[in-house]
Design a protein around this ligand. Structure first.
Ligand SMILES: NC(=O)c1ccc[n+]([C@@H]2O[C@H](COP(=O)([O-])OP(=O)(O)OC[C@H]3O[C@@H](n4cnc5c(N)ncnc54)[C@H](OP(=O)(O)O)[C@@H]3O)[C@@H](O)[C@H]2O)c1
Length: 267
């Protein structure tokens, strides 16, 4: 049985804990300052709640740091003091490995960038760690993240790009689904049905792309018969600068992340 404690169990900590709680090999402890809320969450997942942060740290092999980035620095001393020999997994956006390793006085630090679909075991999670991390822990980092979705190792320098195409982009996908559903509504299908159809269409496109291993342009050209309906729609997307708009949205998130990281590192 392996032991994992969550320091902070809000939206993201709870989502990951929920996914891991279905695996009987994990002994999970939740800690957050609001005792009552933590107990209720622990009860819902049939895991332990701890009202003393030092006990939550001491009792686990892996400590997930799931508090807001601005809160984390206030916990460094406690984590360092009680977390000797523990492995820290930080999901805090914008706090670098170097800062964490220095603040926690250990190289046993892993960074994840997950998304909320972790609760459904459908997160796409970026993982990074220092090259000096023990090989067994590198494997473990991948195994834990894979338990709540798919996992990609990336050098830390690519985390901001990952946020642009995944962490933030999950919201762009919701926007696209909404827009597609609105199109269906304008063409005469009630919004709920239109949204259900749009969602299943997204799923079918993804299933085909994954199974065929063809790139999206090849697949798109198969849908576009000569002189047919789809090419007119593709032309309308091009007129609306669809590709540039999406690329700009990715870069807007990347650039904001650069600004936030700079502000965070100054603290
Ligand atoms: N939300 C996302 O989609 C997402 C995606 C990727 C990464 N992240 C990262 O995940 C982290 C958590 O984000 P979130 O959205 O889950 O935030 P959240 O919902 O606000 O949860 C924060 C948690 O931290 C707890 N907390 C507050 N002060 C604390 C303290 N002094 N000691 C211990 N715990 C404390 C809160 O407890 P109380 O409720 O008791 O106050 C709460 O359980 C952030 O660093 C964020 O960058 C979030």
């Amino acid at each position: 049985m392996e032991k994992i404690s969550f320091i902070g169990c809000g939206n993201m900590g709870y989502a990951i804990a929920k996914a891991l709680s279905t695996d009987p090999n994990w002994e999970i402890t939740l800690y957050s300052p609001n005792e009552q809320k933590t107990k209720e969450k622990a009860l819902a997942l049939s895991v332990k709640a701890e009202d003393d942060i030092t006990k939550a740290i001491k009792s686990a092999d892996y400590i997930v740091l799931a508090v807001k980035p601005q809160i984390l620095p206030s916990l460094y001393e406690t984590l360092r003091l009680w977390g000797k020999d523990k492995t820290f997994i930080s999901i805090a956006a914008g706090i670098s490995l170097a800062t964490l390793e220095d603040a926690l006085a250990t190289k046993k630090v892993i960074r994840y960038m997950p998304n909320l679909a972790a609760s459904e075991k459908a997160s796409v999670t970026a993982i990074t760690y220092s090259e000096e991390l023990d090989e067994a822990l590198k494997t473990k980092a991948y195994q834990i993240a894979s338990a709540f979705g798919s996992a990609f190792y990336l050098p830390e320098s690519q985390f901001k790009a990952f946020i642009g195409i995944s962490g933030s982009a999950i919201a762009y996908v919701f926007e696209f689904l909404h827009a597609l559903a609105l199109g269906g509504t304008k063409a005469g299908i009630a919004y709920p049905t239109s949204l259900a159809i749009a969602t299943d269409t997204l799923n079918s496109a993804v299933a085909l792309e994954k199974a065929s291993k063809a790139n999206p342009i090849e697949l798109m050209s198969k849908v576009c018969s000569a002189g047919g309906t789809t090419i007119d729609g593709i032309e309308a997307l091009a007129e609306g600068k669809f590709d540039s708009t999406v690329i700009n949205a990715v870069m807007a998130a990347v650039n904001k992340n650069i600004l936030l990281e700079k502000a965070q590192e100054k603290k």
